[in-house]
Design a protein around this ligand. Structure first.
Ligand code: FAD
Length: 444
């Protein structure tokens, strides 16, 4: 059985490694890039100078997979797929045409940055933030003394991280968004405000509730015209979200939310011998109990592993995702899983929420004792937890992982109140989610 994988970033790497571990030997992998396994999540650290180079942002190379027995063709773009006759056609960097056949195909073609068609988009110094090459370009441009003013368009996770990175490089930074506030799609206002405070305290200007009408300049970007006036900028990062790369199978495979490849719980597309994983595929969202599109490396890796098992003939369904994410801006951490209150209302769900704001440790604690702000969102009909947000200078990753599992397994808010957790305040701290769950007021 021969498997072809198209795309060798997080999803493709996970699928390839798992297939090899399962003893599958006939695997050919294509990627149009030279670099594979780029951890874009570390891009902002490199751009901001907290990492001296981008070399540490890779965990695998094409050579690793060749050493494990796979055939890998980098800098080779797959152009067409014939799903009936089961072959692909590609071209190499030097223009050579390659055709290849498969028994099973795994699509791991990922996503690309959304680029709205705004006049002036072709000007120099308007860049994306997705690939290793994008990050390299950003580092080179930011080192130039004539790049003084930077605009970051899109105040989601990536735009916010880049705004901090550019500020760390001493630039005048404006963070722009069409929504009324930053992180509008990710967190409730109370929680996004903790991040906004950090940004403004460090001199980053935030401009929201506006639309960009033109990029202005002669050959290079000079300013960005918006519905609220002009914003001077020598460099702009376009961080307006991502869309799945599905053009290889347009009209040939069914699509789902956001036009990603529609997959079942085994990562199978509408053709049983074709799997889709990572950013090019839909994902089951446990918080809304429906298919969704959530582009995250964490999902890419897990769906890659799951697809490999199923492609190897071992039935393994994917348990779904909650979109769990973390953001650390200066020293403020915002951790989220499932739906915010605002998102739940946008989904027309009948929900309640509980907020807890308390110190991380008891007053007797000898070390730093930051405040923890937590919100739990749960359904009113069955009291099932569907969302959690935590903002704190303390690291509450363990709590958000636990709350993510609670949403995945459809736990009620009441189950959280009586869960067995160890008590050793100097280590465990005060448990904010138990306090929240208890105050949800369950009456048997
Ligand atoms: C700046 C930034 C920060 C991020 N931070 C986080 C984070 O903190 N946590 C997190 O979970 N996620 C994060 N993400 C999201 C994460 O990077 C993506 O979800 C992840 O890269 C998806 O992996 P993938 O393998 O599905 O797709 P991609 O990374 O998009 O890779 C797709 C691969 O397919 C190849 N390809 C596509 N089409 C073809 C073709 N026709 N022929 C040959 N090759 C092809 C591409 O060259 C590419 O290598 C971040 C993303 C960015 C940009």
């Amino acid at each position: 059985m021969k498997t072809i994988i198209i795309g060798l970033n997080h999803a493709g790497c996970a699928a390839a490694r798992t297939l090899i571990n399962l003893g599958q030997t006939d695997i050919t992998i294509y990627d149009r890039s030279l670099e594979v396994s780029f951890l874009a999540c570390g891009m902002a650290l490199w751009i901001g100078g907290q990492l001296s180079s981008g070399q540490g942002l890779f965990y695998a190379s094409a050579k690793d997979f060749v050493a494990l027995g796979a055939k890998v063709m980098t800098e080779t773009m797959v152009d067409t797929i014939d799903f009936d006759r089961k072959y692909i056609q590609a071209h190499t960097k030097s223009g050579q045409t390659v055709t290849d056949t498969y028994d099973r195909l795994i699509l791991a073609t990922g996503s690309r940055p959304k680029m709205p068609n705004i006049p002036g988009l072709a000007l120099d110094n308007i860049i994306n933030a997705k690939t290793f090459r994008d990050a390299e370009r950003a580092v080179t441009l930011l080192a130039k003394p004539d790049i003084r003013r930077v605009a970051v368009i899109g105040a989601g996770y990536i735009g916010i991280e880049l705004a901090e990175a550019c500020r760390r490089q001493g630039k005048e930074v404006t963070l722009i968004d069409s929504a009324p506030r930053i992180m509008n799609a990710h967190a409730d206002e109370k929680f996004s405000n903790f991040i906004a405070e950090q940004l403004t305290a460090h001199g980053i200007r935030i401009e929201t509730d506006l639309r960009i009408t033109e990029f202005e300049g002669d050959s290079k970007l000079r300013s960005i015209r918006t519905t609220k006036g002009s914003i001077p900028a020598d460099l702009a990062f376009a961080c307006m979200g991502f869309e799945p790369c599905t053009e290889l199978a347009q009209g040939k495979l069914e699509l789902g939310p956001k036009n990603a490849f529609k997959v079942d719980k085994n990562q199978r597309t509408s053709r049983p011998d074709v799997f889709a994983i990572g950013d090019c595929a839909t994902i089951y969202n446990n918080a809304i109990d429906a298919p969704d599109y959530i582009a995250l490396a964490s999902n890419a890796i897990r769906t890659g592993i799951i697809a490999a098992f199923n492609a190897a003939g071992i039935d393994l369904p994917y348990p779904g995702a909650q979109g769990s994410s973390g953001l650390c801006i200066y020293d403020m951490k915002l951790l989220t899983t499932g739906l915010s209150l605002q998102a739940a209302k946008e989904h027309h769900l009948d929900v309640s929420f509980i907020d807890v704001d308390q110190k991380r440790f008891p007053d007797s604690h000898s070390g730093p004792n930051p405040t923890v702000h937590m919100r739990l969102v749960y359904r009113n009909d069955d009291r099932v937890l569907i969302g959690a947000q935590i903002a704190s200078k303390a690291d509450l990753s363990g709590a958000i992982h636990m709350l993510s599992l609670a949403i995945q397994t459809h736990l009620t808010i009441d189950a959280l109140a009586y869960q067995d957790i160890f008590l050793m305040p100097e280590v465990s701290g005060l448990n904010a989610y138990r306090k929240a769950a208890l105050s949800a007021g369950y009456l048997p």
